[in-house]
Design a protein around this ligand. Structure first.
Ligand SMILES: [Zn+2]
Length: 155
C-alpha cells in the first residue's frame, strides 16, 4: 500500500515533547511552513521532498482534530520547491484516502489561532486548494477504482 512506501519514520528527529492522544476524528489536514513556532507536527516534508512521520496519527499535534503537515522552508520569502509540492500532493492524497471527511487548510485559517501568516505568503495555498477540489478527488477515485479492480480480479 501507498502508506508504507512513502513515509519514513525517523528515529533521530522524534519529538521530545510529551504528546497526548488526539480526540475525535480528523477534520483538517493543516499546512505549516518550517518557521512555524511551537508546533508538533505529524508529517514533515524536507527540502529534498522526503516525508518524515514525526507523530503517530493517533496523537494530538498543534491543533485538535487535525493532521499537521510542515513543509521545510520560510515561505514568507521563498516558494516551496516543486519536489516538495509533489511530495505534499502525494501525502495529501494518501491522507484523503484514510480520512475521507477531512479538509485541507492553512494554519492561518484556524479560528482563534494566534495571528499568523503560516504557511507563508509565497506558499501556493490557492492553487493547492483548487487542486484538492479537483485533481485530488480524481486521483483518489482512480486509486479506489484500481483497488477495487485488483480485488475483483483475485476472486
Ligand atoms: Zn503553522
Amino acid at each position: 500500500m501507498l502508506a508504507h512506501s512513502l513515509v519514513k519514520r525517523s528515529d533521530t528527529d522524534a519529538p521530545t515533547t510529551r504528546v497526548e492522544p488526539r480526540r475525535g476524528g480528523v477534520k483538517f489536514l493543516l499546512l505549516h511552513h518550517g518557521t512555524c513556532a511551537g508546533g508538533a507536527f505529524h508529517f514533515r516534508i524536507a527540502d529534498d521532498g522526503e516525508v518524515h512521520a514525526e507523530l503517530d496519527e493517533s496523537e494530538r499535534g498543534q491543533h485538535p482534530r487535525s493532521i499537521g503537515i510542515v513543509v521545510d522552508g520560510d515561505f514568507e520569502t521563498e516558494a516551496p520547491s516543486e519536489v516538495q509540492m509533489a511530495a505534499l500532493r502525494t501525502l495529501l492524497l494518501e491522507l484523503k484516502l484514510r480520512y475521507p471527511e477531512s479538509e485541507l487548510g492553512a494554519h492561518r485559517q484556524v479560528r482563534g489561532a494566534t495571528k499568523t501568516t503560516c504557511p507563508g505568503k509565497r506558499f501556493p495555498m490557492k492553487a493547492l486548494a483548487e487542486w484538492s477540489h479537483n485533481g485530488l478527488l480524481r486521483e483518489r477515485d482512480e486509486v479506489l477504482r484500481r483497488d477495487f479492480e485488483s480485488q475483483y480480479s483475485q476472486i
